[in-house]
Write a protein that binds this ligand. Sequence first.
Ligand code: ZN
Length: 131
Amino acid sequence: MSKPFWEAASRGQLLIQRCPSGHRQFYPRAVCIVCGDDPEWEAASGRGTVHTFTVIRQNHARPFRDELPYVVAMVELEEGVRMMGNLTDCQLDEVHIGMPVEVHMIEAEPDVGVPFWRPAAGGPGTRGATA
Ligand SMILES: [Zn+2]
């Protein structure tokens, strides 16, 4: 079911599902959760905001234990769907709800991309500034 998502991620592209009536959803499902129609894949903007987050301080599984502490965020995409992912490239005390973020793909294994998130360019503290 999620194979197209992971194949696209390995190419650096973030996909979500959208049905013919325009309902979007994530995570991937066989039918639209609103109308039951067949969803198709579409490229997401890769931009969103932090809806909520948590700081992980204990995880004994590799490779995570080498990264502690790290942030896992629920990101609300511009398209309206929510997606869970690690938040990188920022200090723990910078993270806040509503923070603009953008996707970047981490190559977890050769040819396997995993979507991670980082502060959007021109993000916290510089909002409203011209690029
Ligand atoms: Zn629908």
